[in-house]
Ligand binder design. Structure first.
Ligand SMILES: Cc1cc2nc3c(=O)[nH]c(=O)nc-3n(C[C@H](O)[C@H](O)[C@H](O)COP(=O)(O)OP(=O)(O)OC[C@H]3O[C@@H](n4cnc5c(N)ncnc54)[C@H](O)[C@@H]3O)c2cc1C
Length: 522
């Protein structure tokens, strides 16, 4: 079990590192970044309002979970106050605990979850399901207005692998299992999920399903929503049990309503997940293309005609230059655009050779295994770098979208232009890391100097870039989800009738409106 996550930053506190002096000087000279005037807050100095949880509710919840599993203490509330977007971290670093829940409740079973929802609905207490707490779209900061109190429903005690069906290749998990633990438990059966998002170290299976996550090896293993064969949802109106066959023509697939519902309809208490054999071999390698356009065309060819690697990603010119694809080598990148192609499973060599022929035929220059090794080694390091950059006074944030191949260049330009226009002269980098036959995702990283209030500065830029994404025909999220930060843009994406459908579903499942109020829909 890993350490509790850094409360005001990302990940394992032991892995936090300071930015080298040379990089700080570079940031100052290139972007005008200056060290923050104020030191970051300490955990005990975070400002919280007194807990509003009524004594009667505290007792009732304690009776369900055991009193030890209902916490109103300072640390528990601070640790459940927000997710891990850059605005979240900036607010925590400033000691702003305004969105902290009034209490943290940790049930251990489906029945306990159902009971907690019943008590909360009766007492008009808002409930925010809390998995790993790694949301980057404001999905964990409800509006508590009009509610008696807000509780974070921490699913960390529901952390078991319940069953493995090797014949159907399905594993049944509780929702609070963190990704590394899921892989460890499956490895005992020679199996894997193959789901490796950059938040791998701390995110949970329930969170992946609730936010439609996609991992770095999605070309080979699929998105997380592709893996969900069945699930159980506890709602204030009762329990939904979904998924009894691999495919079905029995009406619309209600699993799809739960996937991406971000705790607004209920709590996922069980997941039946498609698993794969653990790979016998893994090999990652690098290729260089002259331009992002040429690299994109090569990825499209592999996605449409095969052979498709397990991991396939392309950095644009700026990201390649900065070396963010190889976080250990920041500042020392190559020119052109870097492709990382990874192969997992069997016949790795033969598959790499076959894909290599396609890449070489489309102008790719082979760089051998070293860039692949560097990427695999640093694949979970970039979020730690974000903390170092924030501490040095830079704002760094990521955002993502997806579109059809024919529209991808327009979408790429629209996002870049919006960010360059609203933030002065930021550094904007992009990569493609999820490919499909019909299109791909675009994932942007932005680094900028802070001017005035950095949260307001970013929120203004984000509003403009959200509008640019919608205008350019992209989706507001390929894998981060909607939360509160994307809610308005999502409403524009699906239109008023789409919002009404979601509202009708919520009204039926959650008549008191207690489930994660404000997430997904207003
Ligand atoms: C550094 C970093 C890197 C990231 N990289 C990726 C990436 O590569 N790919 C990717 O897809 N995402 C990524 N994310 C986003 C985030 O990790 C995902 O959205 C993830 O799915 C959230 O999982 P979680 O367990 O942390 O959920 P939380 O953040 O705890 O919750 C997310 C949402 O799901 C709801 N929820 C959680 N559990 C349940 C449940 N059991 N039932 C109902 N609702 C629930 C919450 O209420 C909330 O609305 C990254 C985030 C960070 C901070």
């Amino acid at each position: 079990m890993s350490e509790p996550m850094l409360w005001s930053g990302w990940g394992d506190p032991a892995k936090a590192r300071e930015l080298p002096e040379a990089v700080r000087t570079l940031l100052h000279d290139l972007l005008g970044v200056r060290a923050p005037a104020e030191p970051a807050a300490t955990l005990s100095s975070v400002r919280l309002a007194p807990s509003r949880l009524p004594g009667s509710a505290l007792d009732a919840l304690g009776e369900i979970t055991g009193p030890a599993h209902v916490g109103t203490g300072h640390e528990a509330r601070v640790r459940h106050a927000r997710g891990k977007s850059t605005p979240d971290l900036l607010r925590m670093r400033a000691g702003d605990g305004a969105h902290a829940p009034d209490a943290v409740v940790a049930p251990a079973t489906h029945d306990e979850v159902a009971e907690v929802l019943r008590v909360c609905a009766e007492a008009r207490i808002a409930v925010v399901p809390f998995g790993g707490g790694t949301s980057v779209v404001g999905a964990l900061t409800p509006s508590g207005d009009g509610f008696t109190a807000v509780v974070a429903l921490d699913l960390g005690r529901m952390d078991r692998l319940v069953a493995v069906d090797p014949e159907s290749m399905i594993a049944t998990f509780e929702p609070g299992v963190r990704a590394p633990e899921a892989e460890r438990l499956l490895a005992g059966h020679g199996l894997t999920l193959g789901h490796f998002p950059q938040s791998f170290e701390y995110a949970t299976l329930g969170g992946f399903a609730a936010a439609r996550s996609s991992g770095q090896a999605s070309a080979g293993y699929g998105r997380f929503d592709d893996m969900v064969a069945g699930l159980t949802l506890a709602t204030p109106a009762g329990t939904l049990e979904l998924g009894r066959a691999p495919k079905s023509a029995a009406g619309p697939d209600l699993r799809q309503l739960v996937l991406g519902s971000e705790g607004a309809f209920g709590v996922i208490t069980s997941l039946r997940l498609r698993v794969r054999k653990a790979p016998a071999e893994k090999a990652y390698e690098g290729w260089r293309f002259a331009s992002f356009a040429e690299g994109s065309a090569a990825l499209r060819t592999l996605a449409q005609q095969g052979p498709l690697p397990t991991v396939l990603r392309l950095s644009d010119e700026t990201e390649t230059m900065i070396g963010l694809a190889k976080p250990d080598a920041i500042g020392g990148g190559d020119s052109g655009c870097l492709v990382i192609a990874g192969y997992e499973g069997t016949d790795v060599r033969a598959r790499a050779e076959a894909a290599g022929e396609v890449l070489a035929g489309l102008g790719g220059v082979p760089l051998g295994p070293e860039p692949g090794r560097a990427w695999a080694h640093g694949r979970f390091s970039a979020p730690y770098l974000r903390d170092s950059l924030l501490a040095a006074g830079a704002t760094v944030e990521t955002l993502e979208t997806a579109g059809f191949w024919a529209n991808l260049p327009r979408l790429y330009d629209a996002v870049r232009l919006s960010l360059l226009g609203s933030l002065g002269s930021p550094l904007v980098m992009c990569h493609i890391s999820h490919v499909y036959e019909t299109g791909a995702s675009l994932y942007f990283t932005v680094v900028t100097a802070q001017h005035g209030d950095p949260v307001e500065q970013w929120e203004r830029a984000k509003e403009e870039v959200n509008a640019a994404i919608v205008e350019a025909g992209g989706t507001i999220s390929h894998h981060h989800g909607v939360g509160r930060d994307h809610r308005d843009a999502y409403a524009r994406e699906i239109g008023p009738l789409g919002v009404d459908i979601l509202r009708a579903v919520k009204d039926r499942l959650d008549p008191a409106g207690i489930m994660n109020p404000g997430a997904l829909i207003a």
